[in-house]
Ligand binder design. Structure first.
Ligand code: SF4
Length: 107
């Protein structure tokens, strides 16, 4: 199954990482180039205080814009799907969007 990301990159599948690829090593190598590194990291996750729907839409749209410039967007999304990340924007997708991808992938 092919999965499209919001930047029109595609992932060929959602498969578990192999035991030969320790997740921490993959993470360390990848995240050095991540576009979300730096002072705007907090927009990728909901704030501790309640946010309005409008504020949430704006925050998520801004995070997705940043993801759209990220050189590791497809890999980030693949890892988030493999980990079943429950919170935040990963690979240009919200938790709700990732749940839908996983649902489609399991169908
Ligand atoms: S795709 Fe988005 S969340 Fe993932 S590393 Fe890049 S900027 Fe960060």
């Amino acid at each position: 199954m092919s999965i499209s990301t919001s930047s029109n990159k595609t992932l060929s599948s959602v498969e578990p990482l192999s035991p030969e690829q320790p997740l921490r090593l993959i993470d360390a190598a990848l995240w050095v180039t991540a576009a979300c590194r730096g002072p705007h990291q907090e927009i990728f996750f909901p704030p501790i205080v309640t946010e309005t729907r409008r504020a949430k839409r704006r925050r998520e749209a801004r995070a997705k814009e940043i993801c759209g410039t990220c050189p590791i967007m497809a890999e980030c999304l693949r890892i988030a799907l493999q980990r079943n990340e429950q919170h935040g924007i990963w690979g240009g997708q919200t938790e709700k969007e990732r749940r839908q991808v996983l649902l489609l992938a399991s169908a």
